[in-house]
Design a protein around this ligand. Structure first.
Ligand SMILES: NC(=O)c1ccc[n+]([C@@H]2O[C@H](COP(=O)([O-])OP(=O)(O)OC[C@H]3O[C@@H](n4cnc5c(N)ncnc54)[C@H](O)[C@@H]3O)[C@@H](O)[C@H]2O)c1
Length: 430
């Protein structure tokens, strides 16, 4: 059924859906000196939104690949009339420019050190998800935020998307009944799996710096740009990529913070390939009051299932699907009861809600209120995916004490909470 054929029923849905096209995000009086570290696909998505909001002046950008930062700089000149300074080392940028806001959209293995440095230099921070590559890196970022006090917004824009907010209100209203089981999933074949030969890195690029604290490997166009997601040295696969958005929705609904026991399994089609992020994976999370599941697969296509991305919340009154391009839908169990649906409220061209998240970020800076996707809740969502990956690597379940942020009675798993950094990089202290 086409989504336009659904009937929008509830008042809450009507109000949110009807008002969406008219959302006006307040223009700010203050203009913040802003820097972007990581000028790839998503970094430029955030920055162009920030520029459009009228609340930022781009003072500098940084990328280890001039083939990324050069076109980014041209785009900024086109949008603002001013050319930002270009750096290849984030430390130099942060020390020289001291931006009021730093946006970090580097690959996942490069989140912790620049984030901590930006906070140390007194910047507010818009940090991409997952917040870190290991659990201990996440702890270090949270500790740095507490120590230095900047406002940190994490790029979990689904936490402010009007359709997600309205869907969450519907879920929390009790209309779905008692929910004991939820299932998050991304069944989406969107990354090239064909390996291309290793080669020299693009001209002018500092490939050693791209690898940074993670293991060094020869450049491959399948890794950069964007392809780092396929390599566990630089990411934690789909579970920590898209998965974190949906883990966040689960935690938001449940108001629990931590799973107690986590088990994950999955695999790769080609065990010889260095692109070793799982091609399929399931994970089960035992929470205090409910069970959560995660599933992703990059096979089978999406056509056989009504929804291929999102979270199902299974309640005693029916099933609620929180989705992406398909908005949200409640399928009541009662015979004859009509479905309730709300279309998505995403922005083109990349189907996101960054304007709302940026607006919330600026308001949080100005009011001192907690941002919608604050660092601690985003750390909990990130931890869910990192714990699943830990179990996947170990091949057995792990028990987690979320309050203390420790693995219970398992030295091998505890070791996976961090990893050795490649010299000269030093693991962040906390
Ligand atoms: N919130 C969302 O919905 C969303 C969507 C897409 C991507 N992301 C996140 O954004 C981040 C970037 O993803 P992408 O798809 O834009 O990747 P990308 O490869 O297109 O861009 C990353 C850029 O960072 C640069 N970089 C690497 N190391 C660097 C360093 N030390 N200093 C400066 N620059 C460095 C790379 O050269 C590259 O240009 C990831 O963490 C990803 O999870 C979030």
């Amino acid at each position: 059924m086409h989504r336009r054929e659904f009937i929008v029923k509830s008042a809450i849905v009507g109000a949110a859906a009807g008002s969406f096209p008219n959302i006006i995000l307040a223009k700010k009086n203050k203009i913040y000196a802003t820097a972007l570290i990581g000028t790839g696909w998503w970094g430029m998505n955030i920055l162009t939104t920030a520029i459009a909001s009228g609340s930022c002046k781009v003072v500098a950008i940084c990328d280890v690949d001039p083939n990324q930062s050069r076109p980014a700089s041209e785009k900024i000149k086109e949008l603002t009339g001013t050319t930002p300074k270009i750096y290849m080392d984030y430390r130099e940028l942060l020390e020289k420019e001291k931006p009021e806001i730093t946006i970090i959209a580097t690959p996942d293995h490069w989140h912790a050190l620049p984030a901590i440095k930006a906070l140390e230099m007194g910047s507010h921070l818009y940090l991409e998800k997952p917040i870190a590559h290991t659990i201990d890196e996440g702890k270090a970022i949270v500790a740095a935020q507490k120590k230095y006090g900047g406002t940190v917004q994490v790029g979990l824009h689904r936490h402010v998307a009007p359709h997600n907010v309205a869907g969450m209100d519907f879920l929390k209203s009790g209309k779905v009944g008692e929910i004991k089981m939820v299932r998050a999933f991304v069944n989406y074949d969107y990354h090239e799996r064909t390996m291309r030969p290793d080669m020299e890195s693009p001209s002018g690029m500092n490939w050693d710096m791209w690898c940074g604290p993670a293991p060094f490997r020869q450049y491959n166009p399948g890794i950069h740009p964007k392809g780092f997601r396929n390599y566990l040295d630089y990411s934690n696969g789909m579970c920590a990529d898209w998965g974190v958005h949906w883990m966040d929705q689960i935690l938001w609904w449940s108001e629990e913070k931590h799973p107690k026991t986590i088990y994950s399994t999955g695999g790769v089609f080609d065990p010889e390939s260095p692109a070793n992020a799982p091609d399929w994976q399931t994970a089960t999370f035992e929470f205090e009051s409910f069970t959560a599941q995660w599933e992703h697969r990059r096979i089978g296509g999406a056509k056989s299932e009504k929804h291929n991305i999102g979270v199902y919340f299974y309640g005693t009154k029916g099933t609620f699907h929180m989705g992406w391009l398909d908005g949200w839908t409640f399928y009541p169990s009662a015979r004859g009861a009509e479905e309730v649906h709300m279309d998505h409220t995403l922005h083109a061209p990349d189907d996101q809600n960054i304007p709302e998240l940026w607006d919330n970020f600026i308001k949080s800076i100005e009011t001192g209120n907690k941002p919608a996707a604050d660092i601690e809740n985003s750390q909990y969502a990130t931890n869910m995916s990192l714990l699943a990956m830990m179990s996947y690597k170990l091949g057995r379940s792990v028990n987690w004490d979320g309050e203390k942020q420790i693995i219970i009675d398992d030295q091998e798993a505890t070791k996976l909470m961090r990893r050795a950094y490649r010299k000269p990089w030093e693991y962040p202290q906390f």
